[in-house]
Design a protein around this ligand. Structure first.
Ligand code: ZN
Length: 602
């Protein structure tokens, strides 16, 4: 049995925002030990080149003698051969307040192993140990370590030794260190922990109860026993922020502190619903993408892009089940779920990119399109999350219709789990479609050609009607209108075909939509809007100004492009019907009502 690789993490100088890491290799490669840092973190499909944060790297032999290190490329090194054990020391800057990298200051330490721990290509499959050393001093006396990694030998604060079966587990187990609020619950016999960092007031009992309902819903969906022996929700609560990343036995989340349930609150606020939806989403990934995963990720190649056309299935289907999980767990009702569905459909309908990019291509090109948004993104890119969720809905209803309600997308997911996920076998690029056709009992190629490989509109209105749901399109009623609700306005509203952002008192064009009034007038992303018909444009007053502009009447718009003053004549168009509102049909026939009940309950 080889000695495990030992990684030692020092968070002993938080004020420098630099972690120190020692990698202790008992039996290094006699030809010279190679090591590399990942270029990306699974779950976030973008090359991030974590090695850019390495400030120093050195190596020494067992006798303390310094060894030379050759840098082979941007994130790949080779140490000179040595006799006996090898220790490689790194210093790594960490100040990214996201769930994807690493962060260290005097209030908190957080890391994903992909940002800090070099991978030894020949020893990546062998067990490793992580020793965590905390900073000393009274100000750090209340720091605690939270991670899904199993502890081998730790003190009351959680400092000490953890183990991982291999490199993949080491880097798939983020670690949160600082002062924390904690709560525990059991879901289907699995211990779960919620760890919250940040200054918060929160009703932990309520949160535990609601998360337990979600976790039990998803565990029972795929079938007991759950594939993990323990699970940890790592939550960073901030003034404003949102994000999550899935892992095999934990998730890292960033949320607004106001979205967490306050003591004394009873209903589910919009913010809390968003937070629960995020938890549900990342938890569903414990199966779908962490274990049921594309063959293209089996194993992960940490050095480069891993291409698959299946992200719509891993992110889209997960996005369908995240909110549906809240409904099935009894945390929201059917009207609330339909509102969320309407908002998702609205996001898709408002992007002309859906007519330019297929879902398969959105998946494949995630690395340099979806993850690198720019001024043209709404015109060129479709989200494999949002459109993927709508395709999951359409697929679910199509299978229910084809089998007279006997089978559904639920069965497809369970078959994917039984056939691939629970055996650690990667899903081939045609694997989801093959299982869906098998479950539906008919060839679904035409369905997938239309929904995944073409840019045709999805047949949602027809499908939903058969299940007693009305799908209505209406014009947007303002910049804050997310869709999902019925029309409130009776008069036609003008649309300029642009999306704006504010910086201070400036209103800046962020996106110019294809075919809209702004594009026809020649506006560009980056233009600063100054006046409409001689009246000053302010971020807060812009909507009211637009309300006084009926469609079809030319307007003069003044703006700055860079530092040059310009003006154009703008012809506002009627706002397009691109906002979706879903509602239960008022007088469905008995068979339609029965289909809806089988699908949504209630
Ligand atoms: Zn996701």
């Amino acid at each position: 049995m080889p000695q495990p690789l030992r990684y030692t993490l020092y968070a002993d100088a938080p004020h420098t925002h630099r972690f120190r890491v020692d990698v202790h290799v008992a039996a290094p490669d006699p030809a010279g030990q190679e090591l590399m840092l990942p270029a990306w973190i699974p779950g976030s499909y973008m090359i991030r080149d974590f090695a850019k944060n390495v400030v120093a790297l050195s190596a020494r032999a067992a006798d303390g003698q310094a060894l030379s290190v050759d840098k082979l490329d941007k994130d790949h090194w080779r140490c000179a051969p040595c006799v006996g054990a090898l220790t490689v020391s790194l210093e790594i800057h960490a100040l990214d307040l996201s769930v994807r990298t690493a962060y260290l200051d005097t209030r908190r330490a957080y890391f994903n192993g992909t940002a800090l721990f070099p991978r030894l290509p020949q020893q990546a499959d062998q067990p490793c140990e992580l020793e965590i050393r905390l900073p000393q001093g009274a100000e750090y006396a209340r720091w605690r370590v939270a991670t899904a990694l199993p502890a081998l030998d730790v003190d009351g604060a959680g400092a000490g030794l953890y183990r991982a079966a291999d490199y993949d587990e080491l880097v798939d187990s983020p670690v949160e260190i600082g002062e924390q609020l904690r709560a525990q619950f059991i879901a289907c016999d699995v211990p779960h922990e919620i760890v919250i960092t940040g200054q918060v007031r929160v009703d932990l009992d309520r949160l535990s109860r609601d998360l337990k309902a979600i976790c039990e819903q998803h565990i029972r969906f795929f079938g007991e026993p759950a594939p993990m022996s323990r699970y940890v929700f790592l939550v960073l609560a901030v003034g404003d922020g949102y994000g999550g990343l899935e892992h095999r036995a934990s998730t890292s989340l960033i949320c607004r502190r106001d979205d967490l349930p306050q003591p004394g609150d009873s209903g589910v606020s919009e913010g809390y619903r968003t937070f629960l939806g995020l938890c549900s989403h990342e938890y569903f990934h414990t199966w779908n993408v962490k274990r049921i995963r594309p063959a293209a990720f089996t194993p992960y190649d940490y050095s480069r892009e891993n291409y698959t056309r299946l992200l719509w299935a891993f992110e889209g289907i997960t996005s369908y089940y995240d909110d549906l999980g809240l409904l099935r767990a009894g945390l929201i009702d059917i009207p609330a779920w339909l509102q969320l569905l309407g908002e998702t459909a609205t996001r898709v309908c408002r992007g002309p990119g859906r007519l330019r990019q297929t879902l398969a291509d959105s998946s494949f090109d995630a690395w340099n399109k979806f993850y690198k948004p720019d001024a043209d993104t709404p015109n060129a890119v479709v989200s494999y999350y949002a459109k993927g969720a709508l395709v999951a809905l359409a697929l679910d209803l199509t299978i229910r219709r084809a089998t007279g309600g006997e089978r559904s997308l639920d069965d497809v997911m369970r078959a994917l789990w039984q056939r691939y996920g629970c055996h650690g076998i990667g899903v081939p690029e045609d694997g989801v479609e093959a299982i869906a056709s098998e479950i539906a009992g008919c060839d679904l190629q035409a369905f997938f050609d239309l929904t995944i490989r073409s840019t045709a509109e999805l047949p949602l209105a027809e499908l939903l009607a058969e299940f007693g749901i009305d799908f209505t399109l209406r014009p947007a009623e303002g910049a804050s209108d997310k869709g999902g609700t019925p029309a409130r306005r009776t008069t036609a509203r003008a649309d300029l075909g642009l999306r704006t952002g504010t910086s201070g008192e400036e209103l800046r064009v962020v996106h110019v939509i294809d075919g809209g009034a702004a594009q026809m007038a020649g506006l560009a992303a980056g233009d600063v809007l100054l006046a409409l018909d001689g009246l000053r444009i302010t971020p807060r007053g812009f909507e009211a100004l637009l309300d006084r502009c009926p469609p079809g009447e030319p307007r003069t718009l003044h703006f700055f492009r860079r530092d040059e003053l310009s003006s154009v004549t703008l012809l506002p168009l009627p706002a397009p019907a691109d906002s979706v509102y879903c509602s239960v049909s008022t007088q469905p026939s008995a068979p339609v009502l029965e289909r809806r009940r089988e699908w949504l309950g209630g």
